[in-house]
Design a binder for this molecule. Structure first.
Ligand SMILES: Cc1cc2nc3c(=O)[nH]c(=O)nc-3n(C[C@H](O)[C@H](O)[C@H](O)COP(=O)(O)OP(=O)(O)OC[C@H]3O[C@@H](n4cnc5c(N)ncnc54)[C@H](O)[C@@H]3O)c2cc1C
Length: 417
């Protein structure tokens, strides 16, 4: 088996990278270790309208459960900051159907999809070795298990879209994302206050991040939380951290408790990388999506950013193969381009994430209180963007004249610069 580009991992990012490599003239194989696309998947399935557009899908009833126009932000003391975007800002989707649609789009462009195929090793052939050159001109030998049977695939470029625990990163000697949030979520019967809004709960119930409820319909919501392990309470056994936090949140938050009376339809846990490694390419290898830590540190959303980077990865991989140069230097075009468009948002997002994560419950209560004025809410509504938070930050810094908010902002600016 000999392909120009082999993409490992048929999540949303892998399917998009594979499709773009095929669209740009490469022969492409897409591998997925599981027997089914889109399952299992650890995700809330909350996608901004921009994320759906970036994936080149039209929102439709077959994968969109609900449309959301705003968020109720709850401070630890129960104060609620209602942010109403006035129009649809995000969709609550079925990741299973969404992932399948993206895989179908890849196959329609000529990508060969192989399920139950796990990448288990990778070697680079020596380009000066005549015998190796005769066997295959492709510089990479990818070892896989297909239905448990060992096989070898030759590739000019391998794209590692194999998620947060990327094996391709390890095989290629690339660093994996080191900073990780722990996420946990259940799908449950829940009587939503208003299904046009998601709910976000700040404070020590989810140290370093937040808890959420995301309505699928009037009766069912996804309730979850993520936290920064380094901020977590040290007297809980590490493996049970996530579950302990979620159980405590469900027990102690009176708003949630009043709407959820037990039962569970689904349960997921997963790591969320929030700090991309320094390098995402090496000779013949590109990393993309969670494998490259391309997740927004403020919202933990990785689909918009991953799909955006995947398109660049697919095109650069195909161009490099067709030019006959798949060196790290040639492929670094991908690294430069994705950082050019997403790097600043990640940097600013991480600073905001770090600042918010260190606030005590009392400080969070004050912050929410200071934001709860009609002039600030107007700015948030107008410029709030879950994919580009820096736009809102800039606007708030330059437009607000609330003394309370400026005080909070002053502390924030001192912390990050
Ligand atoms: C609790 C939680 C909630 C989240 N909520 C949201 C949200 O609401 N919105 C959002 O945008 N993001 C969310 N995310 C993040 C989002 O799920 C990821 O960013 C996204 O799935 C990344 O896509 P990916 O294709 O890079 O990786 P994945 O979706 O992880 O896909 C990787 C694929 O690679 C396959 N694979 C792995 N190793 C191999 C191998 N060796 N060989 C072959 N195949 C392999 C896996 O089976 C998998 O199918 C959430 C994450 C968590 C944990």
């Amino acid at each position: 088996m000999n392909y120009d580009v082999v993409v490992v991992g048929a999540g949303p990012v892998g399917s998009t990278a594979a499709r773009y490599a095929a669209l740009n003239g490469a022969s492409v194989l897409l591998l997925e270790e599981h027997p089914s696309i889109g399952s299992p998947v650890g995700c809330t399935g909350l996608l901004s309208t921009r994320a759906v557009t970036e994936c080149e899908l039209k929102p439709s009833d077959d994968f969109v459960f609900n449309s959301v126009r705003g968020v109720f932000v709850y401070a630890p003391d129960g104060q609620c900051l209602p942010i109403d975007g006035k129009q649809t800002k995000a969709y609550v989707i079925s990741r299973k159907i969404f992932d399948r649609k993206l895989a179908v789009m890849a196959v329609e462009e000529g990508v060969v999809l192989s399920l139950r195929t796990r990448a288990v090793g990778l070697e680079r052939r020596d380009p000066k070795n005549k015998i190796e050159r005769k066997i295959s001109p492709a510089p990479i030998k990818l070892m896989v298990l297909t239905n448990g049977k060992p096989e070898t695939i030759s590739a000019s470029v391998v794209i590692g879209a194999d998620g947060v625990k990327s094996r391709i990163a390890s095989y290629a000697g690339l660093e994996r994302p080191t900073r990780m949030l722990s996420g946990i979520q259940i799908e449950v019967p829940y009587k939503s206050k208003n299904i046009d809004f998601v709910e976000m709960f700040l404070g020590s119930s989810a140290p370093g991040f937040f808890a959420w409820t995301v309505p699928i319909d009037e009766k069912i919501s996804r309730i979850g939380l993520a936290f920064e392990p380094s901020f977590a309470c040290k007297n809980v056994h590490e493996k049970s951290y996530s579950l302990s936090y979620l159980e405590k949140f469900l027990r102690s938050n009176s708003h949630v408790k009043a709407r959820y009376s037990g039962g569970m339809l689904d349960f997921v846990v997963g790591g969320i990388p929030i700090d991309p490694p320094k390098r995402t390419v090496s000779d013949g290898i590109l990393l993309v999506g969670d494998a490259a830590g391309q997740v927004k540190p403020i919202s933990a959303g990785g689909i918009y950013t991953g799909a955006f980077a995947a398109k660049i990865a697919g095109k650069v991989a195909a161009d490099a193969v067709l030019e006959g140069n798949t060196s790290a230097q040639r492929l670094s075009e991908y690294d430069l381009l994705w950082r050019k468009y997403l790097g600043k948002e990640f940097d600013i997002g991480l600073k905001i994430h770090d600042y918010m994560g260190k606030l005590e419950d009392k400080q969070l209560n004050d912050l929410i209180g200071s934001l709860n004025t009609s002039s600030i809410l107007k700015i948030i509504t107008e410029y709030g963007d879950m994919d580009h938070p820096s736009v809102l930050m800039r606007k708030l810094i330059f437009s607000t004249n609330s003394i309370e908010f400026m005080k909070t902002l002053g502390i924030f600016l001192k912390t990050i610069f």
